[in-house]
Write a protein that binds this ligand. Structure first.
Ligand SMILES: *[C@@H]1O[C@H](CO)[C@@H](O)[C@H](O)[C@H]1NC(C)=O
Ligand SMILES: *[C@@H]1O[C@H](CO)[C@@H](O)[C@H](O)[C@H]1NC(C)=O
Ligand SMILES: *[C@@H]1O[C@H](CO)[C@@H](O)[C@H](O)[C@H]1NC(C)=O
Ligand SMILES: *[C@@H]1O[C@H](CO)[C@@H](O)[C@H](O)[C@H]1NC(C)=O
Ligand SMILES: *[C@@H]1O[C@H](CO)[C@@H](O)[C@H](O)[C@H]1NC(C)=O
Ligand SMILES: *[C@@H]1O[C@H](CO)[C@@H](O)[C@H](O)[C@H]1NC(C)=O
Ligand SMILES: *[C@@H]1O[C@H](CO)[C@@H](O)[C@H](O)[C@H]1NC(C)=O
Ligand SMILES: *[C@@H]1O[C@H](CO)[C@@H](O)[C@H](O)[C@H]1NC(C)=O
Length: 517
């Protein structure tokens, strides 16, 4: 699967999550805090008193420098399918300052240092799901706000402030998969947050996610798209005639399974396109090498040079080099490694992909950029056979579609009755945002509605999570500086809207939340 989006920023979610990065972030400026705190979490929220050991240690962070004590809001920033190293110094810092908010952030269960098990066998992964993760956030939120210090948390906010009754208004934030969690959290626990920001939130668990590749082509533009497609064709041919040499030229001999290799190449192009988009500012500010993949490919094509060679050079120098992607993470055998470590994110995320969210970035039937061999029967699908037989997995497809229904934002309002304290309509006060060039935006909420407004930030380097992180996203921009976006105004306008919604929803929340909890 194409990872969602981390680079430099391990804390940027997803969907390009790169487990091994060659660039180390400057932690003193890229994070508001990296000081880890621990929370004793329920292992199975659906059966809290099971035979199993019932608790595990979950890591969290807290940043109080901007907090307007004692009744300022609390911003909960959701971490996702990656090691959560701290609270990023992105646009959340600007918002926290503006609203006098405390910022807290909980690492997602199983990832980073928050694994309940040392061995990540399939059996031990049974408590890994977005549903459990949502309850983690709810339990954490309640304990952090606890009326008195509980055994679960080293120090609740109220204990710190020496008070017994107060409830602060909460607001939840997330980008990418955490963006989806942010929306789902508000849906499931509307009494626990005044509202949510769901940035580039992949709330639609699309099974055959062909729109992803289509968006890559669109974002690349016609000339580059044609060059990429020609390269793909040549690679497909070479793979048949001399696969070994071809893989060697990409430093990817380890990927014995052709499907793995093709998926790796597809990701390399997609990432490039996302980054190629940022190249405009790179060039403008002479920051780096513009048009990282398009320029060499288009030039090679014009000069009649070997496109596969040009592409291999890009993949090795940029995708594996500067960007820090690892060939191993595409290797099914590597994904079978059950030892928990900070490198386990790939195995863990694939488990979630295979069991709940899918988003298989398969080739569309016509005009694809990636190889048409990247289909549900090939690499993404095969990865899932790590967990179950191929036959069983195909049967599961219908299960995935059911999940998709449940998770679709327009889903029936089922859960409401579980929360007697609830006095807001189901699915409200969630603001959705998308970047216009982001292939993931097709898995986001598709339409704006009065209770759940949505905005697309349109500019030529506006990608995944641009509202929170600015653009380009590498190198990391402190406070998500919008100045580096090709249309700072587009980003600015959407940010204004976000601020207005937070302001309004916090004010509407203050009175009711206290009596409720
Ligand atoms: C990180 O940033 C701080 C503050 O700007 C600076 O003093 C420090 O040298 C930087 N560290 C590295 C490793 O770049
Ligand atoms: C907390 O407040 C109580 C009651 O006002 C007071 O007796 C106590 O000393 C305070 N404790 C701390 C640690 O400030
Ligand atoms: C996905 O596409 C494949 C063909 O490429 C098709 O066989 C399958 O039914 C589709 N699955 C879903 C859930 O749409
Ligand atoms: C599995 O991962 C662990 C932790 O990263 C590593 O030490 C070990 O060598 C790996 N095992 C294999 C067979 O690759
Ligand atoms: C396939 O894509 C090409 C290029 O975008 C387009 O011209 C053609 O009409 C498409 N064919 C079908 C059957 O959709
Ligand atoms: C919800 O709150 C509003 C405003 O406080 C109130 O008018 C309404 O009766 C409440 N609804 C329920 C079902 O309690
Ligand atoms: C996200 O992008 C999709 C696809 O372009 C679009 O239909 C949808 O309205 C966008 N959603 C938001 C919240 O911008
Ligand atoms: C962002 O813009 C500033 C000038 O406003 C420039 O100094 C900086 O290098 C740019 N950063 C990136 C990553 O392009």
């Amino acid at each position: 699967m194409m990872k969602l989006m981390t680079r430099y920023s391990l804390c940027v979610s997803l969907l390009i999550f790169i487990p091994t990065l060659t660039h180390s972030a400057n932690s003193s400026t890229n994070y508001l805090t990296t000081q880890q705190l621990w929370f004793s979490q329920t292992l199975d929220h659906y059966s809290p008193y099971s035979q199993d050991r019932s608790q595990f240690q979950q890591r969290y962070y807290e940043f109080l420098d901007f907090f307007r004590s004692p009744d300022g809001p609390i911003f909960m920033v959701i971490c996702g399918e990656y090691t959560c190293k701290g609270i990023k110094n992105d646009y959340i810092a600007v918002l926290a300052k503006k609203f006098g908010a405390a910022v807290v952030s909980l690492e997602h269960r199983y990832y980073g240092k928050s694994s309940p098990f040392k061995q990540l066998t399939t059996q031990n992964l049974r408590y890994l799901s977005s549903k459990q993760a949502l309850f983690d956030l709810a339990v954490f939120r309640q304990s952090y706000q606890a009326k008195c210090t509980s055994s679960q948390i080293s120090e609740s906010l109220n204990a710190k402030l020496n008070r017994t009754k107060e409830e602060n208004p909460w607001f939840v934030f997330g980008v990418s998969y955490p963006g989806a969690l942010s929306a789902w959290f508000r849906l499931k626990f509307p009494h626990l947050t005044c509202g949510s920001l769901a940035s580039s939130a992949v709330v639609l668990a699309v099974y055959n996610f062909t729109e992803f590749d289509q968006q890559v082509g669109e974002s690349a533009g016609p000339e580059c798209k044609a060059a990429l497609q020609e390269t793909t064709k040549l690679i497909d041919q070479k793979l048949v005639t001399n696969g070994k040499a071809l893989k060697a030229s990409f430093d990817a001999t380890d990927l014995r399974i052709d499907g793995d290799f093709l998926y790796f190449l597809a990701d390399a192009a997609a990432t490039a396109v996302i980054d190629m988009i940022s190249a405009v500012s790179f060039l403008q500010f002479q920051y780096g090498n513009p048009d990282k993949v398009c320029k060499p490919l288009v030039e090679a094509k014009k000069a009649g040079d070997d496109l596969v060679d040009a592409y291999a050079k890009y993949v090795k120098e940029y995708y594996l080099g500067d960007y820090g992607a690892s060939v191993q993470s595409y290797n099914q055998n590597y994904l079978k490694n059950t030892t928990a470590s900070e490198d386990s994110s790939d195995r863990l995320w694939w488990f979630q992909v295979c069991t709940e969210v899918a988003y298989f970035q398969v080739a569309p039937s016509n005009d694809s950029v990636r190889s048409s061999k990247v289909d549900t029967r090939q690499s993404p699908f095969l990865h899932c056979t790590i967990w179950t037989s191929a036959k069983m997995y195909l049967e599961k497809a219908s299960f995935l579609m059911l999940i998709q229904l449940i998770y679709t934002m327009e889903a029936p309002k089922l859960l409401v009755r579980n929360f007697p304290c609830l006095n807001v309509s189901f699915g409200s006060k969630i603001v959705f945002t998308n970047g216009s060039q982001d292939p993931w935006r097709h898995a986001s909420k598709q339409a704006s509605s009065p209770d759940m407004p949505s905005y697309t930030i349109t500019c030529s380097n506006c990608g995944h999570g641009t509202d929170m992180r600015g653009c380009p996203q590498s190198p990391f921009n402190i406070e998500g500086n919008e100045k580096n976006c090709t249309s700072p105004d587009a980003v600015h306008k959407v940010r204004q809207k976000i601020v207005e919604h937070i302001d309004l929803w916090l004010s509407e929340c203050q009175d009711t939340s206290r009596s409720c909890i």
